[in-house]
Design a protein around this ligand. Structure first.
Ligand code: L14
Length: 338
């Protein structure tokens, strides 16, 4: 099997770390792994297949002999370095929001629109969608294919790990401080996140929505390749470490009963149906954490419209929502589209 030189940009972050783990677990055909990060991470080493690899500083000439670069850096690094990497001949799979809505950049969830990967030749960049969008479209697509979707109303319950390692620490330290009856520190979020719920993810826009909410609206249409799907979202931070949960209300164009939905989701790729309310069985963030599947349950009729359903969708935001989806794109890329 052909092997590839792979770089991970943002290697020391929560998603970068997981990317390395997923590459290892899934035995991605790596010839050489290059770990890139800002100069702050110099001196760190990370292990890959039992070997310690030094973290190198991300520079313009970092991509000379790289075939595939998985980007998950902080700030606006992708905006500058993804085109540089692409120009030096590698395919970039970018986990940030920088290029997702660029018409010349495919936005891919392999279970939904793998074929779009072919468009990587346009700019050398493939975008990995927002975590909350990924798990929602994985659950929507099998239903959409049978009954079309007119409208989606989604509310999310998002883990702090989405914001990165510093947010995981912030929740941990606030919980410890509260138990010790000490004052809490707030650096990452504008309000205390421990024992609280914040209706605020990413920054606010003129229209009153947050960027995170508008990502769900716009990215869903692009991935599902249907601009007619109406989506409205409320994205909320909850004091959970790993795993985003979503309440998803769907209005279909034609009949979609809970039984039909359960049958379809049972055999859908990347989905695990967890739906037996009489036994208190439904998807839970704590159980989704560390897993690859998108878990769906609480499927029930919304009888306020002609063809409506409600469901509860949970996935590990760092795995399916980020690192795993990126590596799945890389797998399909090397198998079919390079
Ligand atoms: O990828 O949870 O667009 O704070 C940015 C916000 C990922 C989640 C993205 C968060 C998101 C992140």
């Amino acid at each position: 099997m052909k092997q590839y030189n792979v770089a991970v940009v943002g290697a020391t972050g929560a998603v970068g770390n997981e990317m390395i783990k997923v590459l290892e677990e899934r035995k991605f055909p790596v010839k050489k792994l290059t770990l890139l990060a800002s100069s702050r991470s110099l001196g760190k080493t990370l292990s890959f297949h039992g070997e310690d690899i030094d973290v190198e500083e991300l520079k313009e000439d970092s991509f000379k002999d790289i075939d595939i670069a998985l980007f998950s850096p902080g700030g606006s690094i992708s905006l500058k370095f993804a085109p540089i990497a692409a120009a030096s001949g590698c395919v970039v799979i970018d986990n940030t929001s920088a290029f997702r809505m660029d018409p010349d950049v495919p936005l891919v969830v392999p279970e939904v629109n793998e074929h779009a990967i072919a468009q990587h030749t346009k700019k050398g960049i493939i975008a990995n969608p927002n975590c909350s969008t990924i798990q929602m479209v994985v659950a929507l697509k099998p239903l959409y294919d049978v009954a079309k979707i007119k409208r989606v109303v989604v509310s999310t319950y998002q883990a702090v790990s989405g914001t990165g390692q510093k947010a995981i620490k912030e929740l941990e330290q606030q919980v410890l401080a509260i138990y010790a009856m000490k004052p809490i520190e707030k650096k990452v979020y504008p309000y205390q996140i421990a024992f609280n719920v914040l209706p605020h993810i990413d920054s606010f826009l003129e229209n009153g929505y947050t960027k995170e909410e508008m990502k769900m609206v716009n990215e869903t249409k692009k991935i599902m390749e249907d601009d007619s799907i109406q989506v409205t979202a409320t994205t909320v931070r909850v004091p959970v470490f790993f795993g985003h949960s979503e309440s998803v209300n769907i209005e279909f164009a034609s009949e979609m009963t809970p039984d039909m939905a359960r049958k379809l989701l049972k055999k859908a790729p990347g989905v695990k149906l967890v739906d037996n309310p009489s036994k208190n069985i439904y998807p839970l963030a704590l159980e989704a954490a560390g897993k690859d599947d998108t878990f769906v349950g609480r499927i029930r009729v919304d009888d306020t419209v002609k063809y409506g359903l409600n469901m509860w969708v949970v996935a590990d935001n760092i795995r399916k929502g980020a690192a795993l989806n990126a590596v799945q794109i890389a797998e399909a890329l090397v198998k079919k589209y390079l």
